[in-house]
Design a protein around this ligand. Structure first.
Ligand SMILES: [Zn+2]
Length: 294
């Protein structure tokens, strides 16, 4: 059963228009509509699966973390990119916060938590996928949480990070209320999301891999992220590009569009996306937002 939202999850307006449609290329093959709020411009997947139904849309090898098998060129590049991006992530976090407690929501197999822990952070994590969470727990040598609601509201984190997670969250308002409570007064919220106003989104249209319906329930532009932050008493302090996402998203989009892998095209489009964004208001494929209490 799908659920059709009658009110905008951000501003509660009831006026929407159809923005585009996209297909679930990785699991179900179903087509979903993406609607845009006429008042605040939020893009959201609507109708969307009921919360109890969402689990079956994650039943795919695509969503199981990389198992570090094989020594193919792609795998070697993947590991190198992961190494570079982990260093960028930890240095960004450390630019904005004094070292203390860090919570990573949607921590997957725990690579970012392990990097932060190695840098002296006291870490905690939330991961709904049992397999991924157990792997993270084994790597870190500590227990983590299945749900954000398991974390006592008395705790305060210097950093709460969500790397490509906010677009998957079912109840946006409720999640932000929890984040606000759990974040230290001087703390930083680090939110990475795909950008529907990027060059690669324009080039691939319906086949843009980062629509990723119905797993992505919201599709945040920069303007909307600022509105969302303001609504919940936060201010956006910095917006940073994620250069590698342009290549990764282009690689998947090529496959969705043409039914086969096309690495050369993906590299060209990824590079064009990054170059274009430099002259177009930082509209990179994915962006990292640093939010602090306003
Ligand atoms: Zn709205």
């Amino acid at each position: 059963m799908h659920q059709e939202l009658q009110h905008c999850p951000l501003c509660h307006s009831g006026q929407f228009r159809l923005f585009t449609t996209s297909k679930d290329y990785s699991v179900s093959g179903e087509t979903f509509s993406i609607q845009q709020c006429q008042n605040c411009d939020l893009l959201f997947t609507n109708p969307r699966p009921a919360e109890s139904e969402l689990g079956r849309y994650y039943d795919s090898a695509t969503y199981v973390s990389h198992t570090n098998e094989g020594n193919t060129l792609i795998n070697r590049i993947y590991k190198l990119v992961r190494h570079i991006t982990l260093r960028q992530k930890t240095s960004l976090v450390e630019k904005w916060s004094t070292k203390g407690e860090l919570l990573d929501i949607g921590c997957g197999t725990g690579h970012f938590l392990a990097a932060a822990k190695a840098n002296g952070w006291k870490v905690d994590g939330v991961e709904i996928n049992d397999g991924a969470r157990k792997q993270a727990e084994a790597a870190l040598g500590q227990e983590l949480h299945k749900q954000l609601s398991e974390i006592p509201l008395t705790r305060r984190f210097q950093v709460i990070s969500m790397w490509h997670v906010l677009e998957h969250v079912y109840d946006l308002g409720q999640t932000f209320t929890l984040l606000k409570d759990l974040l230290h007064k001087q703390g930083s919220l680090v939110i990475a999301v795909p950008n529907p106003e990027s060059y690669d989104a324009r080039v691939y249209g319906h086949a843009w891999a980062a629509w990723d319906v119905p797993r992505h329930l919201y599709h945040f532009s920069q303007d909307v992220m600022h509105k969302l932050a303001r609504k919940h008493g936060f201010a956006v302090k910095e917006v940073r590009p994620m250069y590698f996402d342009a290549f990764y998203v282009s690689m998947l989009s090529e496959e969705y569009q043409k039914g086969k892998k096309a690495y050369a095209n993906a590299v060209v489009t990824g590079a064009r996306s990054n170059l274009w964004a430099r002259n177009h208001n930082n509209q990179f494929s994915s962006l990292i937002y640093i939010l602090q209490h306003a």
